[in-house]
Design a protein around this ligand. Structure first.
Ligand code: IMP
Length: 189
């Protein structure tokens, strides 16, 4: 069975990836022994590629993601973590006060190291920002993001439903299809 090693300190991300990958017979564990170096860049692809190239061992996975708000020209994007830590959800909602266009999307870029090369997979989920934080599940911007076609925020829905819809889940499923095309279903390293 292929066992991916996910370089992250975020258990929520690992859980979501696990749920997305389980139907493909691919496992994933948290890799805490390697230091993830995050360069500052406007490109998620560049951040992921750089982090992986420093430690390119087979089946190592790095993900970077962000929330891109339409009316703010994509802000905070790759700076989502910093903005979350500094102004938080309340600060973001304040920037959106009186703004009619509340459209936004999450984008995830997952990188996989295999045979000394890096392969990237992308997932995007569109939605709108709520007026107020709602729900207690998930992490980060989950309480203010309502995915398209739903009435609840990511934080209000269970992790199983979020894992079906999320940008991260989409990127990991694309990775799973690629790995399956190389190794066959449920086979591998
Ligand atoms: P990083 O990818 O861990 O560097 O950080 C991206 C930041 O975007 C996270 O710290 C969260 O604040 C936010 N973020 C990324 N994915 C999600 C998600 O699925 N839900 C809510 N917030 C997210």
């Amino acid at each position: 069975m292929v066992m991916l090693r996910f370089m992250t300190g975020n258990r929520n991300k690992v859980r979501e990836a696990e749920l997305a990958l389980s139907q493909y017979g691919i496992g994933i564990v948290m890799e805490t022994g390697l230091r993830k170096v995050e360069i500052q860049s406007d490109s998620l692809e560049e951040i992921v590629t750089y982090a992986l190239r420093l430690n390119c061992v087979d089946w190592l996975v790095v993900e970077d993601d962000g929330l891109f708000i339409d009316s703010l020209n994509g802000f905070p994007g790759p700076y989502s973590e910093y903005v979350y830590r500094t102004i938080g959800l309340r600060g973001v909602l304040k920037l959106m006060q009186g703004v009619v266009n509340r459209g936004a999307y999450f984008k995830s870029v997952v990188g996989l190291c295999l045979g000394g090369g890096v392969k990237l997979f992308t997932g995007v989920v569109r939605g709108v920002l709520s007026e107020e934080p709602r729900g207690s599940g998930g992490f980060g911007y989950d309480p203010i993001f309502i995915p398209e076609g739903y009435g609840e925020t990511f934080a209000e829905m269970g992790v199983e439903l979020k894992a079906k819809l999320s940008h991260r889940s989409m990127a990991f499923k694309r990775l799973a299809s690629y790995v399956t095309s190389l190794t066959g279903p449920g086979q591998g390293a």
